[in-house]
Design a protein around this ligand. Structure first.
Ligand SMILES: [Cu+2]
Length: 283
């Protein structure tokens, strides 16, 4: 009997509680909705994005390099940094674009980067650019800034040093016994002769900072490699690291392309400007 009474009591209490909860929920939800509505009117709709860590760096050439005017530079970002064209993602404190400052150090956070000959903007969010620097030694700063060109300060900058020489009038590579604008009908093995203009021919590994010299590579059925990228060493990428100017290449029958590509002492590509692609029909 005692047990039954207890059970009844318990049931009354529980059901009472449930009713009270439902009523409380309805009131609470209404209050919350009212509060949210007020907040929505008071606050802007966009959420504030936190500033996170990340750095910029010169990917290529390395600091201390001897280069020609017009050499293509490659810029990098890491961490939370995000590339965005000027005028976009203005409310994102991790987004922005690169600037190269010639002969200037980093620019304080919050200051607008000037736009002149020694403050070069890459407002299309470029990650590579040929820099037409004046002849001589220069200190360069890579400075990240937001969509409005406002600097993120020294933590998001990098410095480098280069020694610039005048660019030779003619610069380029070619396979002298192949025609560049036609399909070359050949028989395997194919004899190839390389020529180089403007740059000096030098064996691999000799002076990594000398970006006015290099050695040849033949890329089989591959286009040129972007500036600064390491040229792989495999059956599709032949290195001529002893500064060879000719080779004999075995190719299977059929259509092929051969790209002659100049690379630096560390086998990093000089990009499209120092490459030439040929079409072949091996009979
Ligand atoms: Cu190489």
């Amino acid at each position: 009997m005692k047990v039954v009474l207890h059970l009844i009591c318990l049931m009354v209490v529980v059901s009472g509680c449930q009713k009270a909860d439902v009523a409380g929920d309805k009131k609470g939800a209404a209050k919350q909705a009212e509060a949210e509505h007020k907040n929505a009117l008071a606050k802007p709709i966009t959420k504030k994005i936190e500033q996170k860590s990340g750095q910029v760096f010169f990917k290529w050439p390395e600091t201390g390099s001897k280069i020609f005017a017009g050499t293509e530079f490659v810029f990098g970002v890491n961490g939370a940094l995000e590339l965005a064209p000027a005028g976009t993602k203005m409310d994102n404190p991790n987004a922005g674009h690169h600037h190269v400052l010639v002969g200037h150090g980093p620019i304080d956070a919050g200051e607008t980067i000037p736009m002149d000959k020694t403050h070069i903007h890459f407002g299309k969010a470029q990650t590579r650019a040929a820099l037409d620097l004046p002849v001589g030694e220069h200190d360069l700063t890579l400075q990240f800034a937001n969509g409005g060109h406002v600097s993120y300060g020294p933590p998001r900058s990098a410095v480098t040093k280069v020694d610039v020489a005048q660019r030779p009038e003619k610069v380029g590579v070619s396979i002298s016994n192949l025609k560049p604008d036609a399909v070359n009908r050949v028989k395997s093995p194919i004899k190839l002769f390389f020529t180089l203009e403007g740059y000096a021919l030098r064996p691999a590994g000799e002076d990594i900072l000398d970006k006015r010299s290099g050695h040849h590579h033949i890329l089989i059925d591959r286009a040129f490699m972007p500036t600064g990228e390491v040229i792989p060493m495999d059956e599709k990428h032949k290195h001529f690291g002893k500064a060879q100017t000719e080779t004999s290449l075995v190719l299977p029958k059929g259509e092929h392309t051969l790209t002659l590509q100049l690379g630096d002492a560390a086998h990093r590509s000089y990009g499209e400007a120092l490459s030439k692609t040929y079409r072949l029909l091996v009979e």
